[in-house]
Design a protein around this ligand. Structure first.
Ligand SMILES: Nc1ncnc2c1ncn2[C@@H]1O[C@H](COP(=O)(O)OP(=O)(O)O)[C@@H](O)[C@H]1O
Ligand SMILES: [Mg+2]
Length: 375
């Protein structure tokens, strides 16, 4: 029998729980024409949320078209612009004959090369001359607006892992053009989301950044226990197995509500269970999840400096005023300059999340491992 839990990819249907509030916020904001920025650490459920939201919008509003772009796999500006143009043209029609026509007619200066994937006429991609594309990127960036206006439709452009634009060569020039193109559009709304709170904060909150105050910013939270409990019990139920509320709580608490890990640990418990979950199974699944990640954690740990390890120990102890002189001394944190630097580095390494004054580990399993073997 297949596991009722899913992790490591986008989830939908019976694998998706809760998110009523953020779904409502996101769709109201986007349908209201407000570009929206969604931020959370990785594996908390942004991509799943945006896809679900877009599927709902798409099924309810026939005059909307959705463009989905994922910068995770688009490593250069050219790749990004080519994918952007391709998706925009794909959105312009669902008739194959018209696709070809649109691919020619919607461009003024640049001439796209069109490639169809073998076997499926609908799947095609556009490519451009590298020099041309850089000179005329505005033409590509304005494409969704031009198509929307011509076709009398509305578009929503979703860009996943948006902070990756920072890694493109000449990123600030591109960002300036993105902003100046996008802010003129009245038929297209943008949904930009990503996993690096610090990088995204620089993009959207720094007054010298081209994307300063581009739209409404939401921080997606983890999924609350009150949603996890019925989600897990029903998944066991459906598959002829049984789990008590206490054991569900144990799973959810151990994983600190983390969406990916709650699903993974539930899955491990499910596999080990023949009929009824007992405490022995839950603790051995917990050991297993730590073991599976151990080699990776050790590698991460070995890259930390001594003062970064001290910093993490202070975080484990729940210290909030790391700059206070007794805390600096107690944990050998060095100067407050060292503390600020380590905070920044550990945040960039995706080890800690800083939410205003609260510092926490991003990875709950790493935290368990750290407490068990390092403290
Ligand atoms: N709404 C949800 N309900 C249940 N599990 C979820 C939900 N959203 C995310 N997850 C879990 O988290 C994992 C990561 O989700 P994903 O959407 O890829 O996160 P992100 O885009 O933030 O990295 C999924 O594979 C799934 O296990
Ligand atoms: Mg994602």
């Amino acid at each position: 029998m297949n596991t009722p839990f899913q992790f490591g990819k986008m989830v939908s249907g019976s694998h998706f729980t809760d998110r009523e509030e953020p779904l409502k916020l996101l769709s109201e904001s986007l349908l209201g024409g407000i570009s929206t920025i969604l931020i959370s650490p990785r594996r908390w459920g942004k991509s799943s949320l945006v896809h679900k939201c877009m599927n709902e919008v798409f099924s309810l509003k026939t005059n909307y078209r959705i463009i989905m772009i994922d910068l995770f796999r688009l490593r250069t500006e050219e790749e990004f612009l080519e994918a952007y143009a391709t998706e925009a043209i794909k959105c312009s029609t669902n008739k194959i004959e018209e696709l070809l026509l649109n691919a020619k007619n919607f461009f003024k200066t640049i001439i796209p090369k069109i490639t169809f994937s073998p076997g499926s006429m609908g799947d095609f991609s556009l490519s451009f001359d590298a020099k041309e594309i850089k000179k005329n990127r505005m033409e590509i960036l304005d494409l969704p607006e031009i198509i929307a206006k011509t076709k009398k439709i509305k578009m929503i452009v979703c860009v996943d892992e948006f902070q990756n634009v920072l890694s493109y060569e000449n990123s600030s020039a591109l960002q300036k053009e993105l902003r100046s193109s996008w802010q003129k559009h009245s038929n297209v709304t943008y949904c930009l989301y990503g996993s690096k709170r610090h990088m995204l904060s620089v993009i959207f909150n720094d007054s010298s950044s081209p994307f300063y105050r581009f739209g409404a910013v939401f921080f997606l939270q983890k999924i609350e226990k009150k949603y996890w409990i019925p989600f897990i019990t029903q998944a066991f139920d459906r598959t002829g197995k049984c789990i008590s509320i206490d054991h569900c709580e144990h799973i959810v608490n151990a994983m600190q509500d983390h969406p990916y890990y709650v699903q993974q640990l539930s899955h491990l418990v499910w596999i080990m269970t023949e009929k009824d979950v007992d405490s022995r199974i839950v603790s051995s699944a917990l050991d297993q999840i730590i073991d599976m990640n151990k080699p990776f954690f050790i590698r991460e740990f070995e890259l930390l400096s001594v003062s970064q390890v001290h910093f993490l120990k202070a975080v484990c102890a729940g210290e909030t005023h790391l700059n206070a002189s007794e805390v600096l001394n107690k944990y050998s944190l060095g100067t407050s300059g060292n503390v600020s630097k380590n905070k920044r580095v550990l945040e960039q390494k995706d080890m800690i999340d800083i939410d205003q004054t609260i510092i926490s580990f991003i990875d709950p399993v790493f935290e368990i491992w750290f407490r068990k073997y390092i403290l």
